[in-house]
Design a protein around this ligand. Structure first.
Ligand code: GUN
Length: 293
């Protein structure tokens, strides 16, 4: 069994991006600039956005954090999106999800200029991804592809089972694993909370990507010997042991599943660190106008 070290890969990518920023600086070019919009004070969102801003600094990007209280109106948020769309200083921006219930997330996502949508959530980016055109690919699936690539994991002709059908991970992941390319060329099955034969499907899988958000869902008796297992779960479980008071728990029962695997991602230190660095990569592409001029 080989552990897929997302922490090490993301550190290497961070260095590669920082070097590229230095080259841009030396050539007198524009430093990529990411803006992040954070609504309210949800603990998870606060941490994610703080990490995004911190990573921007580490790679040499400019960053702007825009905060609103929980009671911001949809109109105010749409006006903010409009300002960011029209601000030539900002290359890309994200609106951290989830948003309060009185705001339509879909309306906000669709208001973002797809050329600045470094989250890859806009229907134009999702549609372009699904037909294999250049686009911003959402960060978690992009990070998983990068791990498969850097560990040279064979995907062609393999059976990949994706557990979960979210717009952010499950659906784009399935599309990408079936694309005519490497990593891809898989036979893809998507299972979800309503699937009746989920265990049988998993037992057929060469590659299992688990993105259900159900702690320790995937057990040893669901995994074929030699399978590749990618764990996207990051549930914060209360813990009396850690300083923060919580422990990040994956969707895979790691202790019993890992001995059966050829490759597996741990939690933490697997997919998690790849998500933020993939956002940085998208921001670099946005800054260089490499996808949309
Ligand atoms: N909430 C959870 N993951 C994400 C993400 O990748 N982007 C944004 N904007 N919000 C999120």
């Amino acid at each position: 069994m080989q552990l897929i070290d997302g922490k090490a890969v993301s550190a290497q990518m961070k260095q590669e991006i920082a070097e590229e920023v230095n080259r841009i600086k030396e050539a007198g070019g524009k430093i990529p600039h990411l803006a992040a919009v954070l609504v309210g004070h949800d603990g998870g969102s606060e941490t994610y956005v703080a990490n995004k801003v911190k990573t921007c600094e580490e790679v040499g990007f400019q960053s702007t954090l825009i905060r609103y209280e929980e009671d911001v109106t949809e109109e105010e948020l749409l006006a903010c999106v409009d300002r960011l769309n029209n601000n030539p200083e900002v290359d890309g921006f994200i609106v951290q999800l989830p948003l309060p219930k009185h705001i339509s997330e879909q309306k906000i996502i669709e208001a973002i200029d797809y050329r600045k949508d470094v989250d890859g959530f806009h229907p134009i980016n999702v549609g372009r991804m699904s037909i294999g055109l250049p686009c911003f690919v959402s960060a978690t699936p992009a990070g998983i592809l990068e791990l498969l690539k850097r560990y040279e994991i064979e995907t062609k002709g393999k059976h990949c089972v994706v557990l979960g059908r979210s717009n952010i991970v499950g659906k784009p992941m399935a599309m990408l694993m079936m694309q005519k390319n490497y990593p891809g060329d898989c036979t893809v099955t998507v299972c979800h909370s309503r699937s009746e034969n989920l265990k049988e499907m998993c037992l057929e899988a060469d590659i299992i990507i688990v993105a259900l958000g159900v702690p320790e869902f995937l057990k040893a008796d669901m995994v074929k010997e030699g399978a590749v297992v990618i764990d996207v779960g990051t549930t914060r479980m209360p813990s009396s042991v850690t300083k923060s008071g919580f422990k990040l728990t994956g969707d895979v029962r790691f202790d019993e599943v890992s001995p059966k695997c050829s490759y597996i991602t741990p939690v933490p230190g697997g997919v998690g660190p790849m998500t933020i660095i993939s956002l940085m990569k998208n921001t670099l592409l946005a800054g260089k106008k490499e996808i949309y001029s």
